[in-house]
Design a protein around this ligand. Sequence first.
Ligand code: UD1
Length: 338
Amino acid sequence: MATVLVTGGLGYIGSHTVVSLLEAGHKVIVVDNLVNTNAAVLDGITAITGKKPQFYPLDLRQPETASMLFSKHPDIHAVIHFAAFKAVGESVEKPLDYYQNNLNTLVYLLQEVVKKPIAFIFSSSCTVYGQALELPILETAPVLKAMSPYGNTKQIGEEILQDCCLAYPHLKVTALRYFNPIGAHESALIGELPIGVPQNLVPFITQTGVGKRAQLSVFGNDYPTPDGTCIRDYIHVVDLAEAHMAAMNRLLNLTSKASFEVFNVGTGKGSSVLEVIKAYEKVSGRSLPFVFAPPRQGDVTAAYANTHKASTVLGWQARFSLEEAMASAWAWENKLLS
Ligand code: UD1
């Protein structure tokens, strides 16, 4: 069993990954500055697993945080690094906050990680592909110029990691390029906690479903897709959490020869905005009020993963359907009302 440091471990994807790690018997240390979540998530994790990870409410933007964590825990085998800002629109308004948070924390962590053979897993994003020319998207597709500072931090993050792998041959890194994470743990004890008006589709749908929002605006209905709305690869967050376990096991078991690897983490299936709405309507038994609105700037027409590499190399593939993911998102939204 491994000792795993999870940064941003109380966030949306982080908390689900902490649950998977604890359920598999690993020792988990969580660091989270709580700027985009709250400490009650720890109670949800504990209620699900019956275990409480060691928690540090600290900010990795302070360089001494990483050094303190590694000197207190010399036995860390793996780091799963989620801690980052993730709102595309906000990153355009506050680019320096994004570069400072997403890149400085990565550098401070790596300054400690490179001292020992520690496995490192980085949260990257399918945003690095932009509008890929070929679908489904392979990991070998070109990385296009980022459309936002947020996307750029993911591209630069991958480059920093590749440079470190060259300089420190014992370093093993996996970057997971997430497609669109949705849904919540089946217990509805943890899930996504969007601050303010949700920018992402699924929390906007479920908030509309419970009456917090009047209606959904579907951004664009004239795209060159079968129903005119954009296509994405929506992946259940619990599947995504499991992908981190698979990536970590590969690094710890030294089955990886390459020192830097990237994997797409998606279902391989594209769904349009209207299909997501239909899935919501089926699982909730309600109809969703929506209107068509102009396209959102920066949106690509279609993006979904080729998952061959993850399934053959990591031995991982998504288990949950879009409807199952929507049902869990709906249960979570209802839980938030109580
Ligand atoms: C967004 C980010 C991406 C990030 C991902 C996961 C942008 C441009 N991209 O991806 O970098 O990795 O979230 O956090 O923001 N939609 C509506 N109405 C809404 C909201 C969304 O029609 O109110 C549509 C969008 O046009 C898109 C789809 O739903 O076609 C999914 O949108 P969203 O959930 O924001 O994800 P992405 O834009 O794919």
